[in-house]
Design a binder for this molecule. Sequence first.
Ligand code: SF4
Length: 332
Amino acid sequence: MFIPDKIYFEKAISNYELGKELLEKYKDVPKIEIENHNNIEEMRKKENKEFPRMKKNLIIGIRKTHKFVENHKISDYLVPYTSSGCTASCLYCYLVCNYNKCAYLRLFVNREEMLDKIIKTAEKSERSLTFEIGSNSDLILENTITDNLVWTIENFKNTKQGFLTFPTKFDMVDSILPLDHKGKIIIRVSVNPEEIIRKVEFGTSDLDFRINAINKLKDAGYKVGLLIAPVIFIENWKDKYLELIKYLDAKLSPKVKKELFFEVIFMTYSYVHTKINEEAYPNAINLYDKNLMTGRGNGKYWYKNDIREEGEKFFRENLGKYFPNNKIIYIV
Ligand code: SF4
């Protein structure tokens, strides 16, 4: 279980059932009251090298913005949900936005309000909508602290229509396996070659554990997808990703392979990542490759068109060869 070094909390969390539970669960952890989870001055002032230590804190507050953002990839809406940030430290994590502000795990205790808005939107829609609830955090990880996923599935299952979906890099799925989810939950497990997981995705589950989790989720009747993401063009990337595709082919159960779909996402990176990672993880690999990447404004980088095209061709060819019956939803 994650035991934080310190908890920063908004006073009003004690008005919520989950807030009370978390205060009780962590009663022995030192606590600091804050005005607003979005603006913790002490954290903002910390140096980049303290980034890994900051991840050991937990922030508990109330989510104030509930704006749904239209999305046309895998869902209809990206929905702010019960957490933001994560205890792991993937070097490319896009939640590392404004120098330290989003680094740590923030939990939001007003889950009833958030799920209620999703259910109302789902039920009044003319067609069945899919809501992405995991774009700001990793809900499988969060669930080990809050049980929020169990609560969410239990409370969403009788909704007249609609689906919930989220991605994960973790394997702790056992608590949701026995639930009567009624096929309304789509779980997308994110994978990378083991070498990248080890060198870049610090604190996440190993590849074998993630594959095992997909097989278990499918046996429990969940709809599952695989995200090959983010694709990082390290040296010998074709060999590494081909090995990964063959390994997936060998290890995924026939039941998974029958219905699995793929999403492939190329890594994006930024100047902020470079600065934080240089100071916080001086021995880690540098993901910025000036020969392969180019700026896209606001200090952000992505891979140049020719390498993206080569990447797309590679994945279409090899996923097509080893998973001929599975759909690639997009490659971006
Ligand atoms: S697991 Fe996801 S949310 Fe957590 S650090 Fe990695 S990319 Fe970010």
